[in-house]
Ligand binder design. Structure first.
Ligand SMILES: [Zn+2]
Length: 258
């Protein structure tokens, strides 16, 4: 009897010690961080220099490390051939330089002011980075997603911009505008557009603006007017956005520092 008790006690002690050791190990050894690398590419020297100079992505990396406790590293590689995408096998977010150029070109068709093109492209890049971060966090934290993951991570990108960035609403509006421009360029819809894992560009445009409106209906009343949102639609956007923030806070749990 006594012997059994001793075994049980020492067993428990071992469990307790292993929990502490596990916590220490994960805190000291396994904690990850976001890091960024700009690949050299002689075809995109201007884009590379511009991105490094404006530091929009570097600032975002600092923001990610400040906001999240990551279990593994997330490497952001700018200047890949493919993307934007998240590669789970490498824990890597990949963004090609040509994606940046395409955004500038698309916006250049409607606004020839270079500084405005740059602001627009930087905002859209940031939204894209946070979208891919959503895939990375979903993968690393085993976050359950019911429905389209692409829509879910668009929502996270909007929440991060709207909740944490002073100019977040403007940034999200630029990201929405890029969806609209991409939609215009696509032309006729085909079956492939309907079975794509992403919602249609036009839907991504309206969802993003619905989140912007929902984040502060008084401030964005004019936006609601511009978009022709009905009273019902306005109410739904407000409810959707409030729930989106609270759902992401729940899903991210302890990985969210504040
Ligand atoms: Zn995606």
């Amino acid at each position: 009897m006594n012997q059994n008790n001793t075994v049980v006690r020492s067993g428990r002690r071992w469990v307790a010690m292993s929990v502490v050791a596990g916590w220490w190990f994960s805190a000291c050894v396994q904690a990850g961080s976001a890091q960024i690398e700009y690949r050299q590419n002689s075809d995109y020297t201007t884009e590379r220099n511009l991105l490094i100079e404006t530091a929009i992505l570097d600032d975002a990396v600092a923001f990610i490390n400040d906001l999240f406790t990551l279990e593994q590293n997330i490497k952001i590689v700018v200047g890949t051939d493919d993307g934007p995408l998240y590669d789970p096998s490498l824990s890597e977010i990949q963004i090609p330089y040509h994606f940046y150029t395409e955004i500038i070109d698309r916006y250049g068709d409607i606004d020839n002011r270079e500084d405005e093109q740059e602001i627009f492209a930087n905002d859209a890049m940031l939204h894209t980075l946070f979208h891919e971060l959503g895939h990375a966090l979903t993968d690393q934290l085993d976050i359950p997603i019911v429905g389209k993951e692409e829509d879910a991570v668009d929502g996270l990108a909007n929440v991060l911009l709207l909740e944490y960035y002073d100019e977040g609403a403007e940034m999200a509006r630029h990201a929405a505008e890029l969806f609209a421009l991409e939609g215009e360029e696509r032309g006729e819809l085909s079956d492939a557009d309907f079975w794509d894992e992403h919602s249609l560009d036009e839907q991504r445009y309206f969802s993003t603006l619905c989140h912007v409106y929902g984040s502060d209906p008084d401030r964005f009343n004019d936006l609601g007017d511009e978009l022709g949102f009905s009273d019902d639609r306005r109410e739904i956007c407000e409810e959707t956005y409030t729930r989106l923030v609270s759902d992401w806070v729940t899903l991210l749990g302890p990985a969210l520092k504040h």
